[in-house]
Design a protein around this ligand. Structure first.
Ligand SMILES: Cc1cc2nc3c(=O)[nH]c(=O)nc-3n(C[C@H](O)[C@H](O)[C@H](O)COP(=O)(O)OP(=O)(O)OC[C@H]3O[C@@H](n4cnc5c(N)ncnc54)[C@H](O)[C@@H]3O)c2cc1C
Length: 426
């Protein structure tokens, strides 16, 4: 029954966010960061560790945005291909941008294996082919990787796919054995701990209402008073509201919905996904799923509605999507359903830099688990003026479109068209 389903992300049950002490805000800081997700907390760690007084403010609870509600899948995540980037930027920049995607995964691997206990599991990912044509394209791509950007890829023929998933839904696929998964909330709490230990102050439930320039920096108006800051970082990603109309015109917030089954038992989950891998597929409107961090449930996500909806209203649709792939789940209960807003960009690249003196770092296109901690660190280093902060994305223009003010009116018709293409197997 829908009213028995919790709308709190499953992850928060095992790793609740602790309340933060609510003192008065300082009158002046060196660095003020708007948004306490992976990006903001990673940047804060850099600036605070370098001795800059750093204040992070979030409108909601810590991780109120995507960082406590994602799927925890870790993969190479620069969406445009090397070839398309090369056409736009030339070989060196294109290569550099793709390398950033690989470096982001390597950085998270190092954080998660050395510093933050966040349930890192390097079980790999099975990328299911929705059609035979998609499978042929996967094989071609695996055989023609760009030198220096190679990933390990294993092709799985349809006849062998039951070793990856107990389903005949796919036309084969490929495995990325080095992909991983984390418990998203434990990663968030680890990044929060690092920021606090470095000396940053982090304040929740304190929306930033306006940022205005002064002679020596910025005056930042918040729900709890004014703070003067020498530097400001917008780390608001898919939750970028009216605070910066400039940023809002550049990110496209798209709802991503997830459900968790009730506990099925590890044995049953293993029967369904024998190697415990993340699963994604080659459809335009993708679905993604994985065993929960404790291996007891399946967590299934995707774009469940044409226009944004209450997560409970999407349960039946997500369920049907899940059961088409795994009919064995037909009668199992769903215990949790939640939604979060990912930030797409018009060129499907992340962006970081400065506009009118305000730093920004956002636009991970649904792939911020590795990208946000990595680019958050880089923008923190840029704010310190360090050369380590340079990235191949520096100077890449952050595009918008005419008549776009932050409300993606084109989303419903686009999803409809993409779904139709998917249904036709195109
Ligand atoms: C359902 C779902 C599944 C996902 N699955 C995956 C996955 O499997 N793998 C992957 O790589 N990525 C995934 N993502 C994307 C990933 O979670 C995000 O890219 C990443 O968490 C972005 O982190 P962030 O810190 O930039 O933004 P967020 O975590 O979204 O934080 C932005 C913060 O800004 C705050 N804010 C906004 N405006 C203001 C203001 N005016 N004042 C103060 N605070 C403000 C918000 O409250 C929010 O907490 C998923 C996302 C969703 C929603």
């Amino acid at each position: 029954m829908p009213n028995e389903i919790s709308v709190t992300p499953l992850w928060l049950e095992n790793a609740p966010i602790p309340p933060l002490t609510q003192g008065t805000l300082p009158g002046r800081v060196d660095v003020l960061i708007v948004g306490a997700g992976y990006t903001g907390l990673s940047a804060a760690r850099e600036t605070a560790a370098a001795g800059r007084s750093t204040l992070v403010l979030d409108a909601g609870a810590i991780g109120a945005g995507c960082s406590s509600r994602n799927g925890g899948q870790v993969a190479y995540s620069i969406k445009p291909t090397f070839h398309s980037l090369r056409e736009r930027f030339g070989t060196d920049i294109a290569f550099g941008i793709c390398r950033e995607g690989l470096d982001a995964v390597a950085y998270l691997r190092s954080l998660a294996t050395k510093e933050i206990d966040c349930g890192w599991r390097e079980d790999g990912c099975f990328f299911g082919a929705h059609t035979a044509r998609h499978f042929a394209a996967m094989v071609r791509e695996a055989e023609n990787q760009t030198r220096g950007l190679e990933q390990r890829i294993e092709i799985v023929a349809r006849a062998d796919q039951h070793r990856e998933i107990a389903s005949d839904f796919y036309h084969g696929g490929c495995v990325y054995p080095d992909d991983a998964s984390v418990d998203p909330t434990r990663l968030l709490l680890g990044l929060l701990r690092r920021a606090l230990d470095s000396g940053a102050s982090v304040v929740d439930r304190c929306p930033v209402e306006a940022i205005s320039r002064t002679r020596d920096g910025f005056e930042v108006s918040t729900a709890r008073g004014i703070v003067r800051a020498r530097q400001v970082l917008l780390a608001t990603n898919g939750y970028s509201g009216p605070l910066s109309p400039w940023a809002r015109r550049r990110v496209i917030p798209i709802g991503s919905y997830q459900i968790a089954t009730g506990p099925l038992g590890r044995g049953r989950v293993q029967e369904l996904i024998p190697r415990g891998r993340n699963i994604v597929d080659s459809r335009r409107v993708v679905v993604y799923f994985r065993p929960s961090a404790d291996g007891e449930r399946i967590i299934f996500g995707g774009r469940a509605a044409l226009a944004e909806k209450d997560p409970l209203a999407c349960v039946q649709r997500l369920r049907r999507m899940m059961e088409r792939i795994l009919p064995q789940l037909r009668s199992v209960p769903v215990s949790h359903a939640w939604v979060g807003w990912v930030a797409y960009t018009f060129d499907t690249l992340p962006h970081l830099g400065q506009h009118d003196g305000v730093h920004y770092c956002m636009g991970y296109c649904g792939q911020g688990v590795p990208l946000a901690p990595y680019f958050g660190r880089r923008i923190g280093q840029q704010m310190l003026g360090l050369k380590e902060g340079r990235t191949a994305l520096d100077g890449v223009p952050f595009p918008s479109r005419p008549y776009y003010g932050g409300k993606p009116w084109f989303l419903a018709p686009s999803v409809f068209v993409y779904r139709t293409f998917d249904a036709l197997g195109l």
